[in-house]
Design a protein around this ligand. Structure first.
Ligand code: MN
Length: 204
């Protein structure tokens, strides 16, 4: 039996159009996320100390693990998170404690500007993040490849509240080389309710 299973999308493949196309979502979930899941399972089956570990526990031991588990375990967690923190265009708005934290950061426009800058500036493939750091404040970061802020050797550790995939497979079918255009449009499909739940849990 496989340790990890590909989680289903929490909405239809075309639910995020026109920001993210049905074709992009189909390939991204059914091919890319499926491949990370299968290869993560290969890595877990090859290493007895990973038996029965949650994906979060694996993130916390990443400094001791080989690239196969790092790249595919990161890819597994990152994409599961990514699907959940998106929702149909305009369906949610920032609220509650997360809205207060965004205001304390300098406002939503500043958060978007800093996040889009991190995403556009990440050379090659990677992710842009909004995390809650150890002091409870929001921080905007980026990571290369499939790394994430939960890994025990993350340079900027924290709990992700938002994250955007800036690998070309996330946008190229629609946006071609216009990564900044994708980053700007992506804010329309943020699931602010889920981001708020994750913020509340991180500061509880
Ligand atoms: Mn991806």
């Amino acid at each position: 039996s496989m340790a990890f299973e590909l989680p289903p999308l929490p909405y239809a493949y075309d639910a995020l159009e026109p920001v993210i196309s049905k074709e992009t979502m189909t390939f991204h979930h059914d091919k890319h996320h499926a491949a990370y899941t299968a290869k993560l399972n290969e890595g877990v089956e090859a290493d007895p100390k990973l038996a029965g570990k949650s994906i979060e526990e694996i993130m916390g031991m990443m400094s001791q693990l080989p690239p196969l588990v790092r790249n595919n375990g990161g890819g597994y967690w990152n994409h599961d998170f990514f699907w959940k923190i998106m929702a149909p265009k305009g369906s949610t708005q920032p609220s509650g404690k997360l809205k207060e934290a965004i205001d304390a950061y300098g406002g939503l426009d500043k958060l978007k500007e800093d996040f889009n800058g991190k995403g556009a500036g990440q050379f090659g493939s990677g992710w842009a993040w909004v995390i809650v750091d150890s002091s409870g404040k929001l921080k905007v970061t980026s990571t290369p490849n499939q790394d994430n802020p939960l890994m025990d050797d993350a340079k900027e550790p924290g709990t992700p509240v938002l994250g955007n995939d800036v690998w070309e497979h996330a946008y190229y079918l629609t946006y071609k080389n216009d990564r900044p255009g994708y980053l700007k449009a992506w804010w329309d499909v943020v699931n602010w309710d889920e981001a708020g739940r994750r913020y509340d849990a991180a500061v509880a």
